[in-house]
Design a protein around this ligand. Sequence first.
Ligand SMILES: Cc1cc2nc3c(=O)[nH]c(=O)nc-3n(C[C@H](O)[C@H](O)[C@H](O)COP(=O)(O)OP(=O)(O)OC[C@H]3O[C@@H](n4cnc5c(N)ncnc54)[C@H](O)[C@@H]3O)c2cc1C
Length: 279
Amino acid sequence: MLVVALGAEYSIDATPGFAEDGHEFYSFDGALALHDVLKRFKSGKLVIGIIGQPFKCPPAPCEAAILLDEWFEKRGLRGDIDISVVSQWGVPIPPSPDGTKTILKTFDDRNIKFVTEHMITSLDPTRNVAICSNGQEIPYDLFLGIPVHRVPAVVEDAGLSENDWIPVDDKNLATKFAEVYAIGDVTSAPVPKSGVFAESAARAVADHLIWEITGEGNPAPFDGKGSCYIEFGDGLVGRMDADFFPGTRPTAPFAAPSVLVADEKKEFTAVRRTRWIDG
Ligand SMILES: Cc1cc2nc3c(=O)[nH]c(=O)nc-3n(C[C@H](O)[C@H](O)[C@H](O)COP(=O)(O)OP(=O)(O)OC[C@H]3O[C@@H](n4cnc5c(N)ncnc54)[C@H](O)[C@@H]3O)c2cc1C
Protein backbone atom coordinates (compact mmCIF):
# COMPACT_ATOMS: atom_id res chain seq x y z
CA MET A 1 0.00 0.00 0.00
CA LEU A 2 1.15 3.51 -0.79
CA VAL A 3 -0.04 6.87 0.54
CA VAL A 4 1.21 9.77 -1.58
CA ALA A 5 1.62 12.98 0.41
CA LEU A 6 4.15 14.95 -1.62
CA GLY A 7 2.39 18.33 -1.42
CA ALA A 8 2.42 21.10 -4.00
CA GLU A 9 5.47 22.78 -5.52
CA TYR A 10 5.72 26.22 -7.11
CA SER A 11 6.17 26.90 -10.77
CA ILE A 12 7.84 30.30 -10.80
CA ASP A 13 8.69 30.03 -14.50
CA ALA A 14 5.02 29.58 -15.41
CA THR A 15 4.60 33.35 -15.03
CA PRO A 16 6.75 35.42 -17.43
CA GLY A 17 8.69 38.12 -15.58
CA PHE A 18 8.06 36.68 -12.11
CA ALA A 19 11.52 35.14 -11.64
CA GLU A 20 13.17 38.44 -12.69
CA ASP A 21 11.07 40.93 -10.80
CA GLY A 22 8.74 39.16 -8.37
CA HIS A 23 9.19 37.84 -4.85
CA GLU A 24 7.30 35.21 -2.90
CA PHE A 25 6.83 34.12 0.70
CA TYR A 26 5.29 30.69 0.04
CA SER A 27 8.60 28.78 0.06
CA PHE A 28 11.05 28.84 2.96
CA ASP A 29 13.88 30.21 0.78
CA GLY A 30 11.51 32.75 -0.79
CA ALA A 31 10.40 34.03 2.61
CA LEU A 32 14.01 34.32 3.82
CA ALA A 33 15.06 36.24 0.71
CA LEU A 34 12.01 38.48 0.96
CA HIS A 35 12.93 39.52 4.48
CA ASP A 36 16.01 41.32 3.18
CA VAL A 37 14.03 42.89 0.33
CA LEU A 38 11.39 44.19 2.75
CA LYS A 39 14.05 45.73 5.00
CA ARG A 40 15.23 47.80 2.02
CA PHE A 41 11.73 48.81 0.87
CA LYS A 42 10.95 52.30 2.15
CA SER A 43 8.25 53.69 -0.13
CA GLY A 44 6.04 52.91 -3.13
CA LYS A 45 3.39 50.47 -4.25
CA LEU A 46 3.50 47.02 -2.68
CA VAL A 47 1.25 44.57 -4.53
CA ILE A 48 0.39 41.11 -3.21
CA GLY A 49 -0.90 39.28 -6.27
CA ILE A 50 -2.48 35.85 -6.49
CA ILE A 51 -1.17 34.40 -9.73
CA GLY A 52 -2.59 30.90 -9.93
CA GLN A 53 -5.40 28.75 -8.62
CA PRO A 54 -5.65 26.66 -6.54
CA PHE A 55 -3.17 27.99 -3.99
CA LYS A 56 -2.29 27.02 -0.42
CA CYS A 57 -4.03 28.57 2.54
CA PRO A 58 -6.47 30.96 0.82
CA PRO A 59 -6.44 33.56 3.66
CA ALA A 60 -2.60 33.80 3.64
CA PRO A 61 -2.30 36.68 1.10
CA CYS A 62 -4.70 38.81 3.17
CA GLU A 63 -2.91 37.89 6.41
CA ALA A 64 0.37 38.92 4.78
CA ALA A 65 -1.07 42.33 3.88
CA ILE A 66 -2.28 42.93 7.45
CA LEU A 67 1.00 41.81 9.02
CA LEU A 68 3.02 43.93 6.58
CA ASP A 69 0.84 46.94 7.37
CA GLU A 70 1.68 46.41 11.06
CA TRP A 71 5.39 45.91 10.36
CA PHE A 72 5.74 49.03 8.21
CA GLU A 73 3.65 51.04 10.69
CA LYS A 74 6.02 50.10 13.52
CA ARG A 75 8.95 51.21 11.40
CA GLY A 76 7.31 54.58 10.68
CA LEU A 77 7.16 53.92 6.93
CA ARG A 78 3.52 53.02 6.40
CA GLY A 79 2.49 56.50 5.22
CA ASP A 80 4.84 56.16 2.23
CA ILE A 81 3.73 52.69 1.20
CA ASP A 82 0.53 51.66 -0.62
CA ILE A 83 -0.48 48.07 0.07
CA SER A 84 -2.91 46.18 -2.13
CA VAL A 85 -4.05 42.59 -2.56
CA VAL A 86 -5.03 41.55 -6.07
CA SER A 87 -7.33 38.54 -6.26
CA GLN A 88 -9.45 37.09 -9.03
CA TRP A 89 -12.02 36.15 -6.41
CA GLY A 90 -14.61 38.83 -5.74
CA VAL A 91 -13.99 38.57 -1.98
CA PRO A 92 -11.09 37.47 0.26
CA ILE A 93 -12.57 34.12 1.41
CA PRO A 94 -15.67 33.10 -0.57
CA PRO A 95 -17.01 30.34 1.75
CA SER A 96 -17.04 32.67 4.78
CA PRO A 97 -19.17 35.83 4.45
CA ASP A 98 -18.42 36.84 8.06
CA GLY A 99 -14.69 36.19 7.69
CA THR A 100 -14.72 38.17 4.44
CA LYS A 101 -16.56 41.06 6.08
CA THR A 102 -14.04 41.20 8.93
CA ILE A 103 -11.06 41.10 6.57
CA LEU A 104 -12.52 43.86 4.37
CA LYS A 105 -13.27 46.00 7.45
CA THR A 106 -9.70 45.47 8.68
CA PHE A 107 -8.40 46.42 5.21
CA ASP A 108 -10.53 49.55 5.34
CA ASP A 109 -9.25 50.50 8.80
CA ARG A 110 -5.66 49.87 7.75
CA ASN A 111 -5.90 51.47 4.32
CA ILE A 112 -5.17 48.24 2.44
CA LYS A 113 -6.76 47.98 -1.00
CA PHE A 114 -8.51 44.80 -2.12
CA VAL A 115 -8.49 44.74 -5.90
CA THR A 116 -10.70 42.28 -7.70
CA GLU A 117 -9.16 41.69 -11.07
CA HIS A 118 -8.68 39.02 -13.64
CA MET A 119 -5.85 36.56 -13.09
CA ILE A 120 -2.35 38.08 -13.19
CA THR A 121 -0.57 36.26 -16.01
CA SER A 122 2.78 38.05 -16.30
CA LEU A 123 5.00 40.85 -15.02
CA ASP A 124 6.71 43.38 -17.23
CA PRO A 125 9.94 44.15 -15.33
CA THR A 126 10.85 46.98 -17.71
CA ARG A 127 7.75 48.96 -16.75
CA ASN A 128 7.02 47.48 -13.28
CA VAL A 129 3.50 46.41 -14.14
CA ALA A 130 1.61 43.19 -13.50
CA ILE A 131 -0.51 42.24 -16.50
CA CYS A 132 -3.88 40.54 -16.06
CA SER A 133 -5.59 38.11 -18.43
CA ASN A 134 -7.93 40.89 -19.60
CA GLY A 135 -4.98 43.16 -20.44
CA GLN A 136 -5.44 45.37 -17.36
CA GLU A 137 -2.12 46.57 -15.92
CA ILE A 138 -1.33 46.97 -12.22
CA PRO A 139 1.71 49.13 -11.41
CA TYR A 140 4.01 48.02 -8.58
CA ASP A 141 7.30 48.93 -6.97
CA LEU A 142 7.45 45.65 -5.06
CA PHE A 143 5.50 42.62 -6.27
CA LEU A 144 4.86 39.68 -3.93
CA GLY A 145 3.22 36.85 -5.87
CA ILE A 146 1.39 33.74 -4.77
CA PRO A 147 2.99 31.48 -7.39
CA VAL A 148 1.35 28.96 -9.67
CA HIS A 149 1.20 25.64 -7.78
CA ARG A 150 1.87 22.23 -9.31
CA VAL A 151 2.43 18.62 -8.29
CA PRO A 152 6.05 17.49 -7.87
CA ALA A 153 7.47 16.17 -11.16
CA VAL A 154 7.67 12.62 -9.80
CA VAL A 155 3.87 12.56 -9.40
CA GLU A 156 3.35 13.64 -13.00
CA ASP A 157 6.01 11.23 -14.29
CA ALA A 158 4.32 8.36 -12.45
CA GLY A 159 1.05 9.09 -14.25
CA LEU A 160 -0.78 9.78 -11.00
CA SER A 161 -2.07 13.27 -11.85
CA GLU A 162 -4.93 14.21 -14.15
CA ASN A 163 -5.77 17.84 -14.90
CA ASP A 164 -2.82 18.92 -12.75
CA TRP A 165 -3.62 17.06 -9.46
CA ILE A 166 -4.20 13.50 -8.22
CA PRO A 167 -7.90 12.64 -8.35
CA VAL A 168 -9.11 10.78 -5.26
CA ASP A 169 -12.28 9.28 -3.86
CA ASP A 170 -13.62 12.02 -1.56
CA LYS A 171 -14.57 9.52 1.12
CA ASN A 172 -11.44 7.39 1.57
CA LEU A 173 -8.80 9.24 -0.53
CA ALA A 174 -8.20 6.20 -2.77
CA THR A 175 -6.67 6.93 -6.17
CA LYS A 176 -7.71 4.98 -9.26
CA PHE A 177 -4.69 2.70 -8.70
CA ALA A 178 -5.24 -0.30 -6.42
CA GLU A 179 -3.83 0.21 -2.91
CA VAL A 180 -2.59 3.72 -3.71
CA TYR A 181 -4.03 6.63 -1.72
CA ALA A 182 -3.21 10.35 -1.81
CA ILE A 183 -3.75 13.09 0.77
CA GLY A 184 -3.10 16.81 1.18
CA ASP A 185 -2.10 19.42 -1.35
CA VAL A 186 -1.12 16.93 -4.04
CA THR A 187 -4.76 15.91 -4.62
CA SER A 188 -7.76 17.51 -6.30
CA ALA A 189 -9.99 16.70 -3.29
CA PRO A 190 -12.57 19.52 -3.12
CA VAL A 191 -11.07 21.15 -0.02
CA PRO A 192 -8.57 24.01 0.29
CA LYS A 193 -4.89 23.24 0.13
CA SER A 194 -4.38 23.61 3.89
CA GLY A 195 -2.55 21.68 6.57
CA VAL A 196 -5.71 21.06 8.59
CA PHE A 197 -7.29 19.22 5.66
CA ALA A 198 -4.09 17.26 4.97
CA GLU A 199 -4.16 16.23 8.63
CA SER A 200 -7.81 15.12 8.65
CA ALA A 201 -7.36 13.30 5.34
CA ALA A 202 -4.36 11.46 6.84
CA ARG A 203 -6.50 10.43 9.79
CA ALA A 204 -9.27 9.16 7.49
CA VAL A 205 -6.81 7.13 5.38
CA ALA A 206 -5.12 5.67 8.48
CA ASP A 207 -8.47 4.52 9.90
CA HIS A 208 -9.46 3.10 6.52
CA LEU A 209 -6.18 1.16 6.17
CA ILE A 210 -6.41 -0.24 9.73
CA TRP A 211 -9.88 -1.47 8.91
CA GLU A 212 -8.77 -2.94 5.55
CA ILE A 213 -5.78 -4.73 7.04
CA THR A 214 -7.16 -5.89 10.41
CA GLY A 215 -10.91 -5.71 9.89
CA GLU A 216 -11.00 -3.67 13.09
CA GLY A 217 -12.53 -0.28 13.73
CA ASN A 218 -15.29 1.58 12.03
CA PRO A 219 -13.59 4.06 9.67
CA ALA A 220 -15.42 7.35 9.28
CA PRO A 221 -15.21 8.87 5.79
CA PHE A 222 -13.10 12.00 5.22
CA ASP A 223 -15.42 14.75 6.46
CA GLY A 224 -13.99 17.80 4.64
CA LYS A 225 -14.00 19.83 7.86
CA GLY A 226 -11.19 22.00 9.19
CA SER A 227 -10.54 25.10 11.26
CA CYS A 228 -8.29 27.82 9.88
CA TYR A 229 -6.70 30.48 12.04
CA ILE A 230 -6.38 33.95 10.50
CA GLU A 231 -3.92 36.60 11.75
CA PHE A 232 -5.40 40.09 12.15
CA GLY A 233 -2.39 41.91 13.62
CA ASP A 234 -2.10 43.43 17.11
CA GLY A 235 -1.88 39.88 18.50
CA LEU A 236 -5.45 39.07 17.41
CA VAL A 237 -6.44 35.90 15.57
CA GLY A 238 -9.79 34.86 14.05
CA ARG A 239 -10.94 31.33 13.25
CA MET A 240 -12.91 29.92 10.34
CA ASP A 241 -14.62 26.57 10.94
CA ALA A 242 -15.01 25.30 7.41
CA ASP A 243 -17.14 22.40 6.20
CA PHE A 244 -16.60 21.58 2.55
CA PHE A 245 -18.96 18.58 2.36
CA PRO A 246 -22.18 19.87 3.92
CA GLY A 247 -24.25 18.63 0.98
CA THR A 248 -24.92 21.88 -0.81
CA ARG A 249 -22.10 24.40 -0.78
CA PRO A 250 -19.22 24.98 1.66
CA THR A 251 -19.96 26.76 4.91
CA ALA A 252 -17.46 28.49 7.19
CA PRO A 253 -18.77 30.20 10.31
CA PHE A 254 -16.25 32.69 11.67
CA ALA A 255 -15.02 33.38 15.22
CA ALA A 256 -14.10 37.09 15.46
CA PRO A 257 -10.44 38.04 16.03
CA SER A 258 -9.51 37.90 19.72
CA VAL A 259 -6.67 37.18 22.13
CA LEU A 260 -8.57 34.05 23.17
CA VAL A 261 -8.42 32.62 19.64
CA ALA A 262 -4.76 33.71 19.41
CA ASP A 263 -4.06 31.59 22.52
CA GLU A 264 -6.00 28.72 20.98
CA LYS A 265 -3.80 28.95 17.84
CA LYS A 266 -0.65 28.84 20.02
CA GLU A 267 -1.95 25.69 21.70
CA PHE A 268 -2.91 24.16 18.32
CA THR A 269 0.63 24.82 17.03
CA ALA A 270 2.30 23.53 20.20
CA VAL A 271 0.37 20.24 20.02
CA ARG A 272 1.46 19.67 16.39
CA ARG A 273 5.06 20.60 17.16
CA THR A 274 5.19 18.10 20.02
CA ARG A 275 3.40 15.38 18.06
CA TRP A 276 5.31 15.68 14.80
CA ILE A 277 8.66 17.36 15.46
CA ASP A 278 9.83 17.29 19.08
CA GLY A 279 8.05 14.07 20.13
C1 LIG B 1 2.39 31.07 3.74
C2 LIG B 1 1.58 29.84 4.07
C3 LIG B 1 0.75 29.85 5.18
C4 LIG B 1 -0.01 28.73 5.48
N1 LIG B 1 -0.81 28.75 6.60
C5 LIG B 1 -1.56 27.68 6.91
C6 LIG B 1 -2.37 27.69 8.07
O1 LIG B 1 -2.43 28.65 8.83
N2 LIG B 1 -3.12 26.58 8.32
C7 LIG B 1 -3.08 25.47 7.51
O2 LIG B 1 -3.77 24.50 7.80
N3 LIG B 1 -2.30 25.44 6.41
C8 LIG B 1 -1.54 26.51 6.09
N4 LIG B 1 -0.73 26.48 4.98
C9 LIG B 1 -0.82 25.34 4.05
C10 LIG B 1 -0.04 24.12 4.53
O3 LIG B 1 1.32 24.46 4.75
C11 LIG B 1 -0.13 23.03 3.47
O4 LIG B 1 -1.44 22.91 3.00
C12 LIG B 1 0.30 21.68 4.07
O5 LIG B 1 1.66 21.74 4.44
C13 LIG B 1 0.06 20.55 3.08
O6 LIG B 1 0.55 19.37 3.61
P1 LIG B 1 1.04 18.19 2.63
O7 LIG B 1 1.45 17.11 3.55
O8 LIG B 1 0.02 17.92 1.60
O9 LIG B 1 2.30 18.79 1.86
P2 LIG B 1 3.67 19.38 2.42
O10 LIG B 1 3.54 19.88 3.81
O11 LIG B 1 4.13 20.34 1.37
O12 LIG B 1 4.61 18.11 2.49
C14 LIG B 1 5.05 17.45 1.31
C15 LIG B 1 6.46 16.96 1.56
O13 LIG B 1 6.86 16.09 0.49
C16 LIG B 1 8.20 16.38 0.17
N5 LIG B 1 8.48 15.96 -1.23
C17 LIG B 1 7.94 16.42 -2.38
N6 LIG B 1 8.46 15.78 -3.44
C18 LIG B 1 9.35 14.87 -2.95
C19 LIG B 1 10.20 13.90 -3.56
N7 LIG B 1 10.24 13.72 -4.87
N8 LIG B 1 10.97 13.15 -2.72
C20 LIG B 1 10.93 13.31 -1.38
N9 LIG B 1 10.15 14.21 -0.76
C21 LIG B 1 9.37 14.99 -1.53
C22 LIG B 1 8.29 17.88 0.32
O14 LIG B 1 9.63 18.31 0.46
C23 LIG B 1 7.48 18.09 1.61
O15 LIG B 1 8.28 17.95 2.75
C24 LIG B 1 0.06 27.58 4.66
C25 LIG B 1 0.92 27.56 3.56
C26 LIG B 1 1.67 28.67 3.27
C27 LIG B 1 2.62 28.63 2.08
